[in-house]
Write a new protein. Structure first.
Lengths: 514, 514
């Protein structure tokens, strides 16, 4: 353009002008390259195969998925089926979690399409196959915060993210609901998918619903999306809203929930402006119901509720009892609707939610969290991953993230399930270490971690049925006896990581005769 | 915890479990480190000095600022004064832009506190001093999109970002308005600051208004904020809302605005669902007024308006004439209020707005943009940086970003200003290259870039006063003559980059007798 020679200018290198001298031709070429990009502004490609090829997927690479569609997800199976047809092998499947509906993946493991899996949890046929040794490489289990951290630090680098979205415009702004179709499939928050979109080398959105530009507010911004594939169906609405989030009528669970609410009241944290999270599972979810009564009675409002947001949380929010909702995952349709319509129901990313080493995650601001468990042991270690037969049947979720972050972490669990004791000497699998668990609430008494003698006193003063955890274990044993030890082989099928990525436990293959 | 030896597990390295064998002690230590972080959960530090020391700022490092407070900004001067007192030297000051109010920086340049400056623009005393050679290193000028790109690619790495915010909670969720204080200072969108917070090694928020946690919705998330400093005043509300965004009563500007609206109508882009951006400057802003009449007349609505959002855009939005507002910078209080209250008025980052090489910026979706100019030349090159005396007096802003992205880029400019011709043979400084400019609208006729013969035909068919740009230049010269050339020294005081970081022009020191 103008007449000048950059090489004659001192200090240019200091200015970071390292691409050196001005070159009119280069500028025009850059411009042409930019112009060429315009033909890609509409990012919708004709097929999934096309998107995969454009993204440059190669054997051995890491592909990622979110689990916002829970047990109604069609995306993971759909993509793996296609990748198998295309002849891919040795892929690392990094999902934020996997459900019962992902049984068909077993075939792709056996055939070598999937070499390794990273996930928060496994259930059903896939979990069963993994527990019985179908994979050569152990599955790596991470908490939601741990996964965000691993992605951010490139301990878990993602090559191609395949992200299902209930709405997306032609340029890639995607969200967990659609405003065009009142009855369209909705998952609400896209919180877990946000990290994938931000850090993946290539991001592909799969959607059944292309909407007008700009699809704002957006869960995932166009600036992080490479390709869009339109598909008939991304998931089953029934499956998306079912599963772990049912509302209990079970009297034992209601008793536990009511006791947990009383524990919160007695903990000194039940004050105006307090903050809370409740995990999945009947008793945990039902706590909200009892808290509501207490909040109305004492005219106490919460500053925010965090995490997986449920319809009952939304009711409290709309009643003015909870000021704000920070939503990394909407657990039901009511929550998804609220995210769409309530200004202070905010979509947050998994990193914002729970990453242990960003500049500050929301879990650190929790006063109380109520979390379910499959088993708790006398050191307060919690197992939410493996069943009493040693087979994988759960997910870490945000369990250790919130147990760590909350001032008071309350684990709720029946003393026994059927003929199975839930308070034991030693959990089969340590997921959340006992040192970050404060109180265990069962239907036959509560126990307070001896690391918190003050808290134990507060519970006793409130007239709560406090006993030692050993007493709870003994009560369980008196009722159902001590189960025979599970038989395992030496093979490690699962590695359980703590939120910082360190290995906290391993899961072994169950013996065939077990 | 459990009894296992990781070194015995095959495939562990493949799993990325490179931190090796499980070590219970290490786990506890990790935990302690995490626990230690809890004491920092309240990120408010006692003083700016304290924040600077904690952030580890060293001589020669790069510090960054946003310009959302425009000419009312107190932050840049406040921080540099303190850094000077602390004895810092050789700093690189990377602001998204600088204004008249930043004249006091000249002192810090002379004393060696500031070695180099990156910015979108300079005005007033600081611009004057730079143009007269006060700095050894040339100032690097970047467009808003170009700056986002430079930050994303680490061509411009930021060590410490100092970001003023009208509200912030104790954990770092910051925003451009406050909901607690109706009359508090507000700047609306924090769009330019978002990139700084995301990529800076350390981010410090300076605020006059600490609010309850969580300050959601947030412009800047807690997960990207290290320290918070509470200060008396972050800016002057008068200065924030003044300046480039006044609404014109000038008949010449209104004529230009009306003609520009007719150009849009004639361009074939004025259809239901079209998209638009108007830059700063009287004529450019006034276009909205004329567009509104046309939209009501033809029952046409726009899908979105982009960029610096003004009160007049908000009026059209609230009337239902513009469906969504994508706001990287709120130009007035009306816009800031709307961002706070209107669900479809969305805060976007500078990268989302205009970065040339992310996966897709919003500027690429623009149908029309109307942009001001100081000078335009016969190759349609536009100068928005230097005045007729060769002295810096403007800012690149999103000029080349939107001119590139929009299908039709319209530059508006009076033919002459006082005794100065605005259409010239050769602009003093090339900021936006002519090849991405489509139409020039003046008060004495319009010219269409010969690269767009079809567009020229459409303008003629619509009865618009089309002529060649050389005719416009000749008309200007006939009225005011051809000014004497500006006298420069050989010293380069400014480097003008195109949005991809390549050098498109340089600015030289004006001779002392000029």
């Amino acid at each position: 353009m103008a007449n000048f020679d950059l090489t004659q200018i001192p200090h240019l290198e200091e200015c970071g002008m390292l691409h050196g001298a001005f070159d009119a031709e280069a500028l025009v070429k850059n411009s042409n390259t930019l112009r060429e990009r315009e033909i890609l502004h509409n990012k919708i490609v004709p097929s999934l195969e096309d998107a995969v090829l454009r993204a440059g997927l190669k054997d051995g690479m890491t592909i990622s998925f979110h689990h916002h569609f829970r047990n109604g997800d069609y995306i993971v199976n759909m993509v793996l089926d296609r990748l198998a047809q295309m002849g891919y092998r040795d892929l690392v499947l990094a999902a934020s979690s996997l459900s019962e509906c992902h049984g068909p993946l077993v075939r792709h493991i056996r055939s070598g399409v999937i070499r390794r899996i990273e996930t928060s949890g496994l259930r059903g046929e896939l979990a069963d196959a993994v527990s019985h040794g179908v994979m050569e490489c152990p599955v790596v289990f991470r908490s939601h915060g741990g996964r965000a951290y691993a992605i951010e630090t490139e301990e878990l680098p993602i090559d191609v993210a395949f992200l299902g979205a209930p709405s997306c415009d032609a340029y890639g702004n995607a969200n967990g609901y659609s405003r065009d179709e009142k009855d369209g499939l909705a998952c609400g928050s896209m919180g877990y998918a946000k990290c994938d979109a931000q850090y993946a080398k290539h991001t592909i959105i799969l959607t059944d619903h292309i909407v007008a530009y700009p699809n704002a507010p957006f869960g995932i911004p166009e600036s992080e999306v490479d390709y869009i594939v339109q598909v008939d169906k991304i998931g089953d609405p029934q499956g998306i809203m079912s599963g772990a989030t049912r509302f209990t009528q079970n009297p034992k669970e209601l008793l536990i929930a009511e006791t947990a609410a009383r524990v919160i009241e007695a903990s000194g944290r039940f004050k105006d402006g307090f903050s809370l999270q409740t995990g999945t599972g009947g008793a945990s979810l039902a706590v909200t119901r009892f808290l509501r009564e207490m909040m109305l009675r004492d005219r106490i409002t919460a500053s925010f509720a965090l995490g997986g947001i449920t319809g009952s949380m939304v009711e409290l929010h709309e009643e003015g009892l909870i000021k704000k909702l920070l939503d990394v995952q909407s657990f039901d349709l009511r929550a998804a609707e609220s995210l769409k319509n309530n200004r202070f129901h905010q979509q947050i990313s998994a990193s914002y939610y729970a990453s242990p080493f960003n500049e500050g995650a929301a879990v650190n601001q929790l006063d109380v969290v109520v979390l379910s468990a499959l088993e708790v042991d006398c050191d307060y270690n919690v197992n939410v991953l493996t069943g009493s037969d040693g087979v994988i049947r759960g997910a870490i979720g945000g369990h250790p993230d919130t147990a760590y972050g909350a001032s008071v972490s309350i684990v709720v669990c029946p003393l026994i399930r059927g003929r199975i004791p839930c308070v034991v000497d030693r959990v089969e699998t340590v997921v959340t270490p006992g040192r970050i668990v404060d109180v265990l609430v069962t239907d036959r008494g509560i126990a307070v971690n001896p690391r918190n003698p003050d808290l134990a006193e507060m519970m006793k003063d409130a007239g709560l049925p406090v006993c030692s955890i050993e007493e709870l274990r003994d009560r369980a044993e008196r009722i159902v006896g001590r189960p025979d030890p599970i038989c395992y082989t030496d093979k490690v099928v699962g590695i359980v990581t703590y939120r910082d990525g360190s290995v906290i436990d391993v899961i072994r293959q169950v013996a065939e005769d077990a």
